[in-house]
Design a protein around this ligand. Structure first.
Ligand code: FAD
Length: 491
């Protein structure tokens, strides 16, 4: 039996990860009178993908991720995606900077973002990295990036990469000092702190079990995660920021737009090292190239991390398969998401992605020794006794209907009802770094009637929301200069 609370909210957010935290802070900054409630199934915020040990903490700005600059048929390099992602990350930096200027000490950049240079590192390069460097460094968002094939120079940037390496090996690297490491868990907590100071209510340990449309509003049903009496509140708008749990909830809502989607979970793990003897010798994030058949988010990288003020190293992610949609999810997540309306797209994806399936199966059965060799390609003298395996967050890749079949997408997808009263986020890449750009899209879909009134405040909070940094180098320079200063990053 459900007890309906008389409480009615302008917005109910399902899930307390970085996406809901960003939306809660953003809308209450735009209109502090909004009544907002957050319902989270776990006992604390940011315990799933947004937890710093469940993701790699890269502030994705396309400085080092080679898959954002694909080769073109004529041998050239496409920079379109890299510019778009860099611009989106810059919007996040602007929003965080505005909040810091308004809400210090509650918003404290030293608690969530650190300068950690970004490197790309390629063995036996055929000239791709030099061409990529040439293409990107024209733009101020990338211009201080350096390129080298010289062992001594690369060793200055990242000593561990060259320790014990064959002195005749053909290597190439780029180095961008303006890269960042972000603790998205700490950021989530700070953003909720700002939102709660504005009156946002956060209910922890409560699982949302039902979403029912009632005339011009939604009834959101939830109960204690361990079980117990269900209760419900009314919401003018709902954002399903439930990470891997979003697909099942959107399906439960019954909106026809959710019928175009399925989900394919990819699990993973990282190797982690904490010994100061090695963490003190690696202060960069180094991205390599993906193995053949590997999904783009399985590109190996050796990351310096700063979590709770302490330096660590993480390497991975190693992809795998589990039918769970959340790290703390259920083995039934995948089977129960298959419905008569999405079974054909899901079967189509299974038929069309045999190399990916083979890759995931081979990863599942790969020995620890062979996995460690992947790390040794980056760090030849790595010692297995200094590394431990940790389970990473779960990703649910989007399967989208296309005609009678489906396609597997590696990006994020905002799914919303035609009237904008409910929206949810599927997918995980490029992820937390671009949370602000994704939530701006949610605002455009769900608060279209208030956009005109919010325009001036939005321009104050996120100046680049009104411009294109990719097309306006002066605006890009101004944005970098301002946010580098406020976030306390290296120049
Ligand atoms: C291995 C890995 C590496 C990554 N690396 C990076 C990176 O380097 N840089 C980057 O920018 N991004 C990265 N990402 C992506 C990033 O972590 C995610 O995009 C981001 O954390 C998603 O945030 P979220 O708020 O949507 O989901 P989550 O943080 O997963 O939060 C969803 C919340 O919803 C709750 N929930 C679910 N169902 C319910 C329900 N029914 N009722 C109530 N609550 C519910 C969950 O408990 C959870 O707390 C990575 C992800 C993974 C998995």
């Amino acid at each position: 039996m459900t007890e309906t609370d008389t409480a009615r909210y302008d917005l109910v957010l399902v899930g307390a990860g970085i996406m809901s935290a960003t939306l809660a802070a953003l809308v209450t900054e735009l209109d502090p009178r909004l009544r907002v409630r957050v319902v989270e199934r776990l006992p604390a915020v940011a315990q799933e993908s947004s937890n710093p040990w469940n993701n790699a903490g890269t502030g994705h700005s396309a400085l080092c991720e080679l898959n954002y600059t694909p080769r073109q048929a004529d041998g050239g390099i496409s920079t379109v995606k890299a510019l778009a992602i860099s611009e989106q990350f810059q919007r996040s930096r602007e929003f965080w900077s505005s909040l810091i200027q308004r809400h210090r000490p509650g918003m404290d950049p030293s608690g969530f973002i650190h300068s950690v240079p970004h490197m790309s590192f390629v063995l036996d390069d055929d000239g791709f990295l030099a061409r990529r460097h040439q293409a990107l460094s024209q733009h101020p968002l990338f211009s201080p990036m350096q390129y080298s094939q010289d062992h001594a120079r690369i060793a200055e940037w990242a000593p561990l990469l060259m320790d014990g390496r064959d002195p005749h090996a053909r290597v190439a690297a780029t180095f961008a000092h303006m890269g960042t490491d972000v603790d998205f868990g700490a950021l989530t907590r700070q953003l909720f702190g700002v939102a709660q100071a504005r009156g946002v209510e956060v209910s922890l340990g409560m699982t949302v079990t039902g979403l029912r449309r009632q005339h011009d509003h939604w009834e959101v049903e939830f109960g204690s995660t361990g079980g117990g009496r269900a209760q419900a509140v009314l919401a003018d708008r709902v954002f399903v920021g439930a990470g891997g749990g979003a697909l099942r909830l959107l399906q439960k809502s019954g909106i026809p737009e959710a019928r175009d989607y399925g989900g394919f979970p990819i699990s993973g793990h990282f190797l982690r090292a904490d010994a100061p003897a090695i963490t003190s010798r690696h202060g960069v994030k180094v991205y390599g190239q993906a193995a053949i058949g590997a999904p783009p988010m399985s590109v190996p990288h050796l990351d310096a991390r700063v979590i709770d003020g302490t330096r660590h190293l993480m390497f991975g992610p190693y992809a795998g398969f589990s039918p769970k949609f959340l790290k703390t999810g259920s083995w039934l997540d995948l089977p129960s998401s298959v419905k008569p309306y999405n079974v054909l797209p899901m079967l189509g994806v299974a038929k069309d992605n045999v190399p990916l399936e083979k890759y995931l199966v081979s990863e599942l059965f790969r020995s620890s020794a062979s996995q460690f060799e992947a790390l040794q390609r980056f760090y030849p003298s790595a010692d297995p006794t200094q590394w431990t395996k940790i389970v990473a967050g779960q990703r649910v890749q989007v399967i989208k209907r296309r005609g009678r079949t489906g396609v597997l997408q590696f990006g994020t997808e905002v799914v919303s009802s035609a009237d904008g009263r409910i929206a949810g986020l599927l997918g995980a890449s490029p992820g937390a770094s671009t949370a602000v750009a994704i939530m701006l899209k949610v605002i455009r879909l769900c608060f279209a009637d208030r956009l005109d009134a919010w325009q001036t405040e939005l321009a104050r909070l996120i100046p680049s929301s009104q411009a294109s940094l990719a097309d306006d180098p002066d605006a890009a320079r101004r944005s970098l200069e301002w946010t580098t200063g406020v976030l306390g990053l290296s120049r």
